[in-house]
Design a protein around this ligand. Structure first.
Ligand SMILES: [Zn+2]
Length: 324
């Protein structure tokens, strides 16, 4: 059996597309700007152009393409119908992505949300290779997650599973983008860390953080807070410690519910590993049973920004029942 599949990661700023063979080997990748401001039709046209360009580059005849998957940032997708009900990153409402692309490409098209696809990418190609059950968490501007059970994305009854960033950690905590308060995302995301630092600065503190941001308050972000904390600044340390504790509590909750063998942590904020890991480990020790921790590994993600596109390729192969 021979043939080729396409995985596309459609982000707010870039479209990353990969062409793979049916063994899952990626033959070529192409990146281009999304141009979301030009509207869905132009963006979909660019996806088709990317796929055509990759087919030409690799000498794939039109009939040899078997299927494609497109990863879309949520929050409101219907993966079954392939409709993007709402995506703030793209500025889309009720776009029938699957239908339009299937008409253009004349092959089956699958739609998946970005965190689930990244989880599957890590499972098949990255840190979760060879492990059947795992939970993926990405900590960047927001906090996303994906649950892999028996090698497959666990979606829940209405595509809502894996919203790890919106588990409540602090019932009366800071407001979250979802409308609730005290969510993990409101306490430990890059945005939350930056907001805590700006509050500190408003109160007259945060000198080391401002310095780490090059002296410009507008440049204060989670990276600057982490840099100040790494330099031994106590105020920045308190902020990072609070975020790391919230993450540790969130992970402990997951471990208590699912008892997975593997948690994979990705996203820019997790790059400051030495700041976060020891605090998270302590929370796990305090809040989980020894038997759960005995077989648990918490590891950094392996794929960085390619997790989504590789997950999309893996999703196509799973849907075609070529790879498990
Ligand atoms: Zn929330």
């Amino acid at each position: 059996m021979s043939g080729y599949v396409i995985g596309t990661d459609l982000g707010g700023t870039k479209i990353l597309t990969a062409l793979a063979d049916i063994n899952g080997t990626v033959l070529a990748e192409l990146r281009q700007p999304t141009g979301a401001g030009e509207g869905p039709e132009r963006v979909i046209e660019r996806i088709v152009d990317s796929i055509t360009a990759l087919q030409h580059k690799c000498g794939v005849p039109p009939g040899a393409l078997m299927a494609a998957a497109v990863v879309v940032p949520g929050p409101e997708l219907d993966t079954g119908q392939g409709i993007v009900h709402f995506s703030n990153n793209l500025g889309w409402r009720n776009v029938e992505l699957k239908k339009v692309l299937q008409n253009r490409l004349q092959v089956p098209v699958y739609i998946e949300n970005d965190a689930n696809a990244a989880a599957l990418g890590e499972h098949i190609y990255g840190a979760g290779d060879g492990i059947q059950d795992m939970v993926y968490i990405t900590v960047s501007t927001g906090i996303g997650g994906g649950i892999i059970i028996n090698g497959r994305i666990y979606r829940g009854v209405s595509d809502g599973a894996g919203e790890i960033g919106h588990m409540t950690i602090m019932p009366d905590g800071p407001p979250c983008t979802c409308g609730n308060v005290g969510c993990l995302e409101a306490l430990a995301s890059g945005t939350a860390i930056a907001r805590a630092a700006l509050e500190l600065i408003e109160e007259g503190g945060g000198e080391a953080v401002i310095k780490a941001a090059g002296g410009n308050i507008n440049e204060v972000d989670a990276r600057a807070v982490a840099a100040a904390a790494l330099n031994g600044d106590a105020e920045a340390g308190v902020i990072i410690n609070g975020a790391a504790r919230a993450l540790g509590i969130g992970i402990a909750n997951i471990v208590n519910v699912i008892n997975p063998p593997l948690i994979v942590l990705g996203g820019g904020v997790m790059e400051s590993r030495e700041l976060f890991w020891p605090v998270m480990e302590r929370e796990l020790q305090d809040r989980c049973f020894k038997v759960q921790l005995k077989n648990l590994k918490v590891v950094p993600a392996a794929l960085s920004t390619r997790a989504g596109v590789l997950g999309a390729a893996a999703l196509v192969l799973q849907n075609l029942e070529i790879c498990s």
